[in-house]
Structure formats: structure tokens, C-alpha cells
Design a protein around this ligand. Structure first.
Ligand SMILES: [Zn+2]
Length: 406
């Protein structure tokens, strides 16, 4: 039996074929879905097909309805926090300086190695349910705080354990090449071999991840090391993703195009040539404005990406260092004010374009027939008003595959 959501004040379909600036807004709308959890209709209430007019209804009471949000870049499972580093940064310490003093990513690695799989599951579940509460129904989660074979597998198994109980969608990314762990500091080559010869084959054999990410930056990995990792990951069916050009232009955008990455993230210092290459190769640029805000770094002007034809997504980068917030609507408002996106572009960036960044654009990310009925009801008169007047939480209902989950 289908269900129809009626009395929708504004519906944002974010349909894939619309232009980057078009959120697909429809006033006085209705949304219908089948028992299978698939959308049957999304559009003007007046156009609702006759066979759906006698179906049971739910009154949206004038709410704005958007697709379930897609956070396409998080480091969801980790142990410990690093609030003291936040204070150090507020006093003027640089990210690289904190890392050199034993803080930063390696501190989280130490804590995460010491944590049990069960403890990590418990904690990540809490984050995930809070994310659902702000309208996020699909989450990409990375490893990268283990950096040994066993600890990287442990992190990816955390996500695998969470998947059956999560009503939304979880996608995993292997990030063994996050930073070089201390025990390999004097032998980087050996660590790259460990990633390529042991970690990737196990991750692929156990189907623990769909993507392979590399952090290319001073203090992390070089473009050549990334090429080695991707040569192996692609042979094992793991598509490349990249953290690049966050602190300096390291040629990361061009590298993303060269290796056929599905997405490249950060990009604050990416060159126009690099972005042009990404456009030609169809690589999604993922903006992480919360990280730029916390690190007090100049944000990327998204209009440069749009002018060159690069699709732009927005994500939180949720992690205990540079982006300790999992509030995707907050990131979307920042994408408007810091990255110069319009609310419509930010909405597409956190729905259909984000879905493309994790290879799920034909399954979810927009409200159109055939897709998963993942949607969010907002107590706001429009998408524009929602992102303009940022409130702790304007979400009044969250549905995943047609079932109310928050
Ligand atoms: Zn990240």
C-alpha cells in the first residue's frame, strides 16, 4: 500500500538532471512512496496521479521537505577527543606545530588503537543517531586512525557491525594512507608496502570498503606514494578518493583527475588548472567548511569550481581534530557564507552531488520516482530560510526508505 505525504509547503527535489543552481523547488507539493521504500511521485499536489489519491496520507503541516542529507566525508569511528588542542589553536598554534608535538592525528591513532571494537561501535552509534536527528540519512565513514593491519580492519568492521541496525545508508572508505605511523617514521616505503601488499587485499577480500582515500599533504603522503596506493586499490576494486590541497597547493586536484578519483576533498589551495582537470574527469569537489572554520584557513570559493564545471558537494569532515561537529546543516550554512554557495547549491551539495561523491546518485540523494524514500521535514518556510536562520535543529521528521526514523 503506498503512502502519500500531503500539505508540503515547499518540496526540494534536487533532481540530478537540473542545473547546479536549481534545487528543484515545488510549492504545494506531495510525495508518495511504496511499501518497498521507493518513491512513486514527487511534485505538485495537483498533479498527484489518480491511483495514489485514495492512499493513506500523512499531513506535513506546511513543512519544507528535502531529500535525506548525505554526509559524504566523515571520520566517524575514533576514540578520545582533542579539546586541549582547540585551546592551543585558539592561542595561535598551527595544525602542523601541534602535530609535530605529538598531538593531532597520531594522538587519535594512539587512543583508537587502545580502544576495543565494541567501545568504538557504541560511540559511533551515538554519533550516528545524533546525525539522523539533524536529517542525515546517508554517511560515508573512513578508517585511518588504526594504521596497522589489525586496527584498520577493526575500524572498518565497526562500520560493518553498525550497518544492519542503521536505517539509513553507511558507506565505508579505507584510509590506511592517512599519515605515516610513528613506528614507520624512518621507513615510509615499508609502510606503503604494508598498505598495498597487506591492508588493501584484506579490505577488498572481506568487502570492508568501497573506496580508498589518501591524504596528500606535507606531513602526510606525496603524490607518487598516492599513485602507488591507487594502482593497487583500483586493481582490487576500491575507487580513489583524496584529501588534497588543504594547507598548500600540492598539485592534488590534478592528481585526482589523473587517477580517476570519484571525489577530491578540501581543495582550498587547488589551482585553476587542477580544478579544470577535475571538471574534465568528472571528479566531485567536496568542500569541508567546518574544517576551514576551525583551522581558520581561507575557504575555497565554490564559484571557481562552478565556473570551471566542477560538481561541488558539502560535507562535515567530522573528526576529533579539525572538525569536531557532525552538524551537516551547519556546514551547509557555512558553505553559503564562507564558500559563496547559494542555499540551492548547498542543498544539492549535501544531497544529490554528495551521493555522486560516494557512487550512490542513482539510488538516493534526490526526490524522484524509483529512488529510496529518504526525506526530511523541516520547520521552515523554505530551504532558503532554513539555511539562513540556522537554529539548533529545524528538523521535525526524518524518513529512511519510507519509514519514520527520527
Ligand atoms: Zn577528512
Amino acid at each position: 500500500m503506498p503512502t502519500v505525504l500531503t500539505n508540503i509547503g515547499q518540496l526540494a527535489s534536487a533532481r540530478a538532471e537540473l542545473s547546479a543552481k536549481d534545487a528543484g523547488l515545488v510549492a504545494d507539493a506531495a510525495l508518495a512512496w511504496a511499501d518497498t521504500g521507493r518513491i512513486l511521485f514527487a511534485g505538485r499536489a495537483a498533479d498527484l496521479p489518480h491511483d495514489l489519491r485514495s492512499a493513506p496520507t500523512i499531513d506535513a503541516r506546511g513543512a519544507t521537505v528535502i531529500p535525506g542529507l548525505v554526509d559524504c566525508h566523515t571520520h566517524l569511528a575514533f576514540a578520545g577527543w582533542r579539546a586541549d588542542e582547540f585551546t592551543l589553536r585558539c592561542r595561535g598554534a598551527e595544525y602542523a606545530e601541534i602535530a609535530a608535538r605529538g598531538g593531532g592525528i597520531l594522538r587519535t591513532v594512539k587512543a583508537t588503537r587502545a580502544a576495543s571494537e565494541d567501545d568504538l561501535v557504541q560511540r559511533a552509534r551515538g554519533f550516528l543517531s545524533a546525525m539522523l536527528g539533524v536529517g542525515v540519512t546517508t554517511v560515508e565513514c573512513k578508517s585511518g586512525y588504526g594504521l596497522t593491519l589489525d586496527d584498520e580492519l577493526k575500524l572498518l568492521r565497526v562500520y560493518q557491525q553498525m550497518r544492519p541496525d542503521f536505517t539509513g545508508t553507511l558507506v565505508s572508505t579505507f584510509l590506511g594512507a592517512h599519515v605515516v605511523p610513528p613506528e614507520f617514521r624512518d621507513n615510509r616505503t615499508a609502510y606503503i608496502h604494508l598498505v598495498c601488499d597487506q591492508m588493501i587485499p584484506r579490505v577488498a577480500a572481506e568487502k570492508l570498503a568501497g573506496f580508498c582515500d589518501v591524504f596528500v599533504e606535507n606531513g602526510a603522503f606525496t603524490p607518487d606514494e598516492a599513485r602507488q596506493v591507487f594502482a593497487v586499490s583500483k586493481a582490487h576494486g576500491l575507487r580513489p578518493k583524496l584529501h588534497v590541497d588543504q594547507l598548500a597547493d600540492g598539485g592534488g586536484a590534478a592528481l585526482a583527475a589523473e587517477v580517476g578519483a570519484i571525489s577530491a576533498e578540501h581543495l582550498e589551495f587547488a589551482s585553476d588548472d587542477g580544478l579544470w582537470g577535475m571538471a574534465a574527469a568528472g571528479v566531485v569537489a567536496v568542500l569541508l567548511p567546518i574544517a576551514a572554520l576551525y583551522l581558520n584557513k581561507p575557504p575555497l570559493d565554490a564559484r571557481r569550481c562552478f565556473a570551471l564545471g566542477v560538481p561541488v558537494a558539502v560535507a562535515t569532515d567530522f573528526n576529533p581534530g579539525s572538525a569536531p561537529s557532525y552538524h551537516l546543516p551547519f556546514a551547509m550554512t557555512l558553505a553559503c557564507t564562507m564558500n559563496r554557495m547559494t542555499p540551492a547549491q548547498a542543498l544539492r551539495g549535501a544531497t544529490i552531488v554528495a551521493a555522486r561523491a560516494i557512487g550512490l546518485e542513482s539510488e538516493l540523494g534526490s526526490l524522484e520516482p524509483g529512488k529510496r524514500a529518504d526525506f526530511v521535514l523541516l520547520d521552515a518556510e523554505s530551504v532558503e530560510h532554513w539555511l539562513y536562520q540556522l537554529r539548533p535543529n529545524a528538523v521535525v521528521g526524518v524518513y529512511a526508505a519510507g519509514r519514520r526514523v527520527a
